[in-house]
Design a protein around this ligand. Structure first.
Ligand code: SAM
Ligand code: SF4
Length: 326
């Protein structure tokens, strides 16, 4: 359905948990993480009911995220439940990849269409530093198992961080010459634990493109399946592509087609606005799918025209990224 700014809102990003098996420095604090209690998290059946209702409000694409969606018990069953909804034509997942080796095949069989894996460095030591203890070899096995399970495209999300991985940008680009991976550089956002770092370690897309084009010729690419706000390029003849997601330097609000559902059942019309609409209470009070759909339509109509992150910083500051779902 169209919102008040004539954008077609057809995409729901669902955070299935606020828990995570890593602690990336720009996403979650090391300790003292304020996690929701078990009863406050939507049950799988409740999430599936929200998707059924969302379909009545025009949603056609779903992405599972978190926290780390693969630590949510029975996530494969949830994928299968959503796959049974005929109107949903695309089910994607964003993961750190650590648990993919044991789950990729089952997720694909259950109906998952696409997978994005977050990977900020190709150095085991730096991976351990940025994730506070993660093993790069496990994440990389996750990438390989996604490819072996037949996911195509497999996209890699890399947050560009000055003084951390700016010396590896060309190595990531080089990977696309050898493997059909879609590397997407994401601008660091002033969100939650990333707020401090974003002040000093942010690298803009134009700066990245300049660095890359000094060494490598990139040609613009039309589209990669599910490309959303990313702009894609390719080294001529390479099997993979290089994409850029630029929420700060070139916000894509005028084409934003998404709503977000937090793991506690709050609907967020915009990642960067603190507005949240409670779906859990009506769900647990027995509201019908039509009634839930009308609340979702209200959320769509309250979507702001744009965010103002570059001027005002993080406006959703009551929550950090793992709580909302990245
Ligand atoms: N755990 C999963 C993962 O890491 O892919 C899914 C959730 S994570 C919050 C989703 C995405 O948000 C990841 O690609 C992560 O790098 C990104 N992210 C988290 N905090 C960010 C920040 N401050 N700026 C930019 N991207 C961020
Ligand atoms: Fe966990 Fe993903 Fe956040 Fe890293 S970015 S701490 S993997 S939720």
């Amino acid at each position: 359905m169209k919102d008040t700014f004539q954008r077609n809102i057809n995409y729901l990003r669902i955070s299935v948990t606020d828990r995570c098996n890593l602690r990336c420095v720009y996403c979650m604090p090391e300790q003292g993480v304020d996690l929701a209690c078990h009863e406050d998290i939507l049950r799988l059946e409740e999430i599936a009911r929200v998707v059924h209702s969302a379909v009545l409000a025009g949603i056609r694409k779903v992405r599972f995220t978190g926290g780390e969606p693969l630590v949510r018990k029975n996530i494969v069953d949830l994928v299968a439940m959503v796959n049974d909804i005929p109107e949903i034509d695309d089910i994607a997942l964003t993961t750190n990849g650590i648990l993919l080796p044991e789950m990729a095949g089952r997720l694909r069989k259950a109906g998952l269409t696409r997978v994005n894996i977050s990977l900020d460095t190709l150095s085991p030591e730096k991976f351990s530093r940025v994730t506070r203890g993660g093993l790069l070899s496990k994440a990389w096995l996750g990438v390989e198992s996604a490819r072996e399970a037949g996911f195509n495209p497999v996209k890699i999300n890399t947050v560009a961080i000055r003084g951390f991985n700016d010396d590896e940008i060309l190595d990531f680009v080089d990977l696309t010459r050898k493997v059909p991976l879609h590397i997407r550089f994401i601008e660091l956002m002033p969100i939650g634990a990333g707020e401090e770092a974003a002040r000093s370690q942010y690298i803009s897309t134009p700066e990245l493109l300049k660095t890359i084009s000094r060494k490598v010729k990139l040609v613009p690419e039309k589209e990669v399946a599910g490309s959303g706000p990313a702009r894609y390029y390719r080294i001529p003849g390479a099997p993979g592509t290089v994409g850029f997601i630029s929420p700060i330097s070139n916000h894509f609000c005028d084409s934003c087609n998404r709503l977000r559902l937090t793991s506690e059942g709050l609907l967020r019309p915009c990642l960067h606005s603190p507005t949240e609409i409670d779906l859990k209470t009506p769900l647990r009070n027995g509201a019908s799918e039509i009634e839930i759909a009308s609340i979702i339509k209200l959320a769509i109509n309250s979507k702001p025209e744009r965010h103002d992150m570059s001027n005002t910083g993080w406006q959703g500051n009551r929550r950090i990224m793992n709580q909302i779902g990245g």
